[in-house]
Ligand binder design. Structure first.
Ligand code: G3P
Length: 217
């Protein structure tokens, strides 16, 4: 499973890159607002930092504007993926941009039917939002499982990019369900390494090592 980092904060991305866990980055208008940065500048900077796909979202709501904005965003760097909302206009823009060889990420997906439409429109990625479904007591992971089954039934090449991930359990469940990618905030990714028994075991090892009076360096 590929890990994308869900942030527009360059410092957070820089801090995570040495872990080898940054296969790509996803942003959205809210994350860009939170970064306080110029949108095109921060996307360009992130694309320089990361070899993998970097999602940059259009803000138009009609297909013609989405297509025009998508071309502007795609021109920023070769690894820009144009993010489009799952609306009819977004699907029209997806079909057009994908047809021109521009990678697309159809976002704000909350049903398997929506994901089916995105695959038929040639989306590179589909972004089903797990956490926001959980927030209204709908099982977000069931959506991931349904999309995986539908895409495998028809051999769609669209990659399942699980999004709106809030916990280590979401990451585990996405890997079990066969998501191609999971995008998560930096703290969720680093939190995957944490376990109290690891901390306890390491402390015991170091305590016993100190009793040997030896040093490696
Ligand atoms: O960026 C897309 C998605 O990951 C947003 O997550 O936590 O705002 O629902 P969230």
């Amino acid at each position: 499973m590929k890990f994308f980092v869900d942030t527009a904060n360059v410092d957070e991305i820089k801090a995570l890159i040495p872990t080898g866990l940054v296969d790509g980055v996803t942003t959205n208008p809210s994350l860009v607002m939170k970064s306080g940065r110029d949108f095109k500048e921060v996307i360009a900077e992130i694309c320089d930092l990361v070899d993998g796909p970097v999602s940059a979202e259009v803000t138009g709501t009609e297909s013609a504007q989405m297509i025009a904005e998508g071309k502007v965003l795609a021109a920023i760097a070769d690894n820009v993926t144009v993010k489009l909302p799952l609306t009819i206009d977004g699907l029209i823009a997806c079909k057009s941009l994908s047809g021109e060889g521009i990678d697309t990420n159809v976002t704000l997906c909350f049903s398997a039917n929506q994901a089916l439409l995105a695959a038929k429109a040639g989306a590179t990625f589909i972004s089903p939002f797990i956490g926001r479904l959980d927030d209204i007591n709908i099982d977000g992971m069931e959506l991931i499982r349904d999309i995986r089954m539908i895409y495998d039934n028809y051999d769609f090449r669209t990659e399942v990019l699980a999004a709106s991930i809030r916990s280590a359990n979401h990451m585990k469940d996405c890997a079990i369900a066969g998501a191609d990618v999971a995008t998560a905030p930096p703290n969720v990714i680093t939190g995957l390494a944490k376990h109290p028994l690891t901390d306890k075991g390491l402390e015991a090892f170091l305590t016993d090592w100190s009793k040997t009076g030896q040093k490696i360096l």
